[in-house]
Write a protein that binds this ligand. Structure first.
Ligand code: GLP
Length: 260
């Protein structure tokens, strides 16, 4: 522990010429110590008092630097037990060319999947849902919203909407939506997925156990049956620190140029 305090203090001394406010210098020293592996994921940070004494700065300055790093997701604070380097997420590499379900993706990686229900029921459709699913205002939409958790780490919040005519009982889908759709011959065979950057709002961040404002991925999937009918309209928020989406690109021949 003292070693870590010494290391942080040594980096602080090297950077103390920069003229930046002390708490910023300390924040950078702690960040460097984490990036260089001097203190690793799960390690306890030396106490505020230890850092303040070694670096000869006030505890208020230490607290400000530490709070900034907690907000940035570099450190985590556990009540009663102290401040630790945040556990590093094992990133999930996800192919963009296969139409698979969350359950299948995680099972392939040997990860245990569970979901926390956020919402499930039949509702009057929103204008977006009416447009994408081709519903009239007199029809109902089935909504299934879940926090998706793999190996005890919350990875995504998924909000799926389907026509109530294909999913009459959203509460009865069990652990996999696609498995439930398969049983009734409604599993999608094609999907269009749109991925965009999003900063996580307070409630999403709380569910995903990350600091608010941190980078996430907004993913919208519209899936189709072989007949061309839209079966699923899902809007999800994925943790930005947990996913790498991978697409294979091929050089197109002259005959294929211009095709979507
Ligand atoms: C993926 C997709 C969702 C889809 C879900 C189904 O995560 N992004 O659009 O609804 O898989 O997963 P499951 O069958 O595990 O419920």
């Amino acid at each position: 522990m003292n070693d870590a305090a010494d290391q942080i203090f040594a980096t602080l001394k090297q950077s103390s010429q920069s003229g930046a406010p002390l708490y910023l210098q300390l924040r950078k020293s702690i960040e460097d110590a984490v990036n260089r592996g001097l203190i690793g994921p799960g390690d306890a940070l030396p106490s505020e008092r230890d850092i303040a004494t070694k670096a000869d700065i006030s505890r208020v300055t230490v607290r400000k630097a530490v709070q900034d790093l907690v907000k940035g997701g570099i450190l985590v604070q556990r009540h009663g037990s102290g401040t630790f380097v945040a556990p590093r997420m094992e990133r999930v590499e996800q192919s963009l060319s296969r139409l698979t379900s969350f359950t299948e993706d995680m099972a392939r990686r040997g990860m245990a999947v569970r979901s926390q229900w956020l919402d499930r029921g039949l509702y009057a459709p929103s204008p977006d849902e009416m447009m994408v699913l081709g519903l009239s205002s007199s029809e109902l939409v089935a909504r299934v919203a879940r926090l998706r958790i793999a190996n005890d780490t919350p990875l995504a919040i998924e909000r799926a909407s389907l026509s109530a005519s294909v999913l009459r009982d959203p509460a009865g889908i069990g652990s996999s939506l696609y498995a439930a759709l398969e049983l009734t011959g409604n599993r999608p065979v094609r999907a269009v997925q749109r991925i965009s950057a999003a900063n996580l709002g307070d409630s999403d961040a709380r569910l995903l156990e990350v600091p608010p404002g941190i980078a996430g991925l907004h993913i919208e999937r519209i899936s189709y049956l072989a007949s061309g009918k839209v079966i699923e309209f899902t809007r999800s928020i994925y943790r930005g620190d947990a996913y790498d989406f991978v697409a294979e690109l091929r050089l197109t021949g002259p005959s294929e140029e211009g095709r979507p």
